[in-house]
Design a protein around this ligand. Structure first.
Ligand code: SF4
Ligand code: SF4
Length: 444
């Protein structure tokens, strides 16, 4: 039976142009730029110097504190410099820049493609391996995986949900991973179950990926405790709270986390990375990225090393179309526009979307007509028209009372607004201000 979440949601055109395009391995670029902050938490500290020879898989920046992750060299070569660069967020940060001289790996990594199903590590060893290998959430959140696998004191977990929803239009990297590395993804799910001490995992996949549903359902027969849950297509079902509601009926409370209802959610890309880290001792140095757009001549899914310039991906997809008006890092709903393309792929880069100019222009903003469509679309039960006005007027306290921090920034409200109000822009501003004020209250 196909399930979904009950509150809100929209159906934007799917535009999954690359769903049937098998993953292509992108050749190594001449140089990689590896930012030391590719995760939520403290930036890692570089531990190599200019001129140092490095191997693929070698730690080049060490995690600083618990909420942080190691960064590894994705190639073998020589450190050209450690410099400040602009990353995909548009902000400047420290990066290790490496001239590529080959693809020689540290000897501890098993680079064979043979499936290793037997899990010999203890819970503690699995979590430590995820920490050592620099794993983060691959769905875009980039939260360090070792923390998510550590159940806080006083909480308990009885279920893992593997997020194979990929509800963002255009993106297909998770879809391809499920088709091409399904057994590895399910072994990764089993490892995650062991780390959390749970007996049950559900893989949530939307109905627009019937081949992935049938493939993983068949494979899951060989994996104890894992089932596949087909889901109706509805955006933003990939949001953790919506996915939990759809798969289990459990409701994460306002301001709460999935662990409050006994669930840990991990993306399929993360499950694959956990498999590679635990069974192959392979750090997170590459990922699948969808490069797509209606005018792109060779859209596709590319396995690419971290630090590769986005320009190399665009070239591999046939080059920048003449009519390009906007380049988006991620999908059209939650992605952010790139100011420049000379930025490196990071652990959180799921897609590069090239929008034609005609589709990139902002429509004229009209007065709100109180139609209520934004409220009906909001899967978090918020009043987007209200919290955006409160933010626009700087009424932060009232915005906080109206639960602006519950906003998951899915953009469904702005998508549905007939007056083309920039709802999400104001909500993002208000949300970040309210979070900052709340932090200051705690530290005072
Ligand atoms: S962006 Fe925020 S307010 Fe708008 S629909 Fe999504 S969760 Fe609701
Ligand atoms: S959808 Fe737009 S016009 Fe309608 S109530 Fe919301 S903000 Fe106003």
């Amino acid at each position: 039976m196909f399930k979904t979440f009950p509150k809100g949601g929209i159906h934007p055109p799917e535009n999954k142009l690359t769903a049937d395009r098998p993953t292509v391995i992108l050749p190594l670029p001449p140089q990689v730029t590896v930012p030391v902050s590719q995760h939520i938490g403290a930036p890692a500290t570089p531990v190599v110097e200019k001129g140092a020879a490095v191997l693929a898989g070698q730690v080049i920046a060490e995690a600083k504190g618990f909420v942080s992750t190691n960064i590894h060299s994705p190639v073998s070569g020589k450190v050209s410099k450690i410099d400040t660069v602009v990353d995909t967020t548009g902000y400047k940060q420290t990066a290790v820049i490496i001239d590529v001289e080959g693809d020689e790996w540290v000897t501890t990594v098993d680079r064979s493609s043979a499936l290793v199903k037997e899990i010999t590590m203890t819970r503690e060893e699995i979590i430590d391996r995820c920490r050592q290998c620099g794993l983060v959430g691959m769905g875009g959140a980039t939260f360090p995986t070792h923390i998510k696998l550590t159940v806080p004191a006083g909480k308990s977990c009885d279920m893992v949900i593997i997020n194979g929803v990929e509800c963002e239009p255009y993106l297909t990297s998770d879809h391809r991973l499920m088709l091409e590395k399904g057994a590895e993804v399910l072994t990764g799910a089993t490892i995650i179950m062991k780390a959390l001490g749970v007996e049950r995992a559900v893989v949530g996949i939307e109905a627009n990926k019937p081949d992935a549903i049938s493939h993983l359902t068949e494979l899951a027969k060989e994996f104890k405790g894992i089932t596949v849950q087909p889901l109706k297509v509805k955006y933003p079902q990939g949001g953790e709270k919506q996915l939990i509601k759809a798969c289990t009926g459990r409701e994460v409370p306002s301001g709460g986390l999935p662990i409050d209802v006994g669930v840990v959610v991990q993306n399929v890309g993360t499950a694959f990375a956990v498999y590679e880290a635990v069974q192959k001792n392979k750090p997170l140095v590459e990922r699948v990225v969808t490069v797509t757009g209606k005018s792109v001549t060779n859209p596709g899914n590319f396995l690419v090393r971290i630090g590769t310039p986005v320009t190399a991906l665009i070239e591999a997809a046939g080059g920048m179309p003449d009519d390009t008006g906007k380049i988006v890092n991620g999908g059209p709903m939650m992605g952010k526009a790139l100011a420049i393309t000379e930025v490196p792929v990071t652990k959180g880069t799921s897609g590069i979307l090239l929008f034609p100019a005609a589709a990139s222009r902002r429509a004229e903003v009209l007065p709100c007509i109180r139609c209520g469509k934004c409220s009906s679309a909001c899967a978090m039960g918020l009043e987007p028209w209200l919290i955006s006005v409160l933010s626009e007027k700087g009424m932060w306290d009232t915005a906080e009372k109206e639960k602006i921090t519950d906003c998951m920034e899915c953009g469904a409200c702005a998508y549905t607004c007939p007056a083309k109000r920039p709802l999400l822009d104001y909500i993002r501003l208000g949300k970040s201000t309210v979070i900052r004020m709340a932090r200051e209250r705690i530290t005072k």
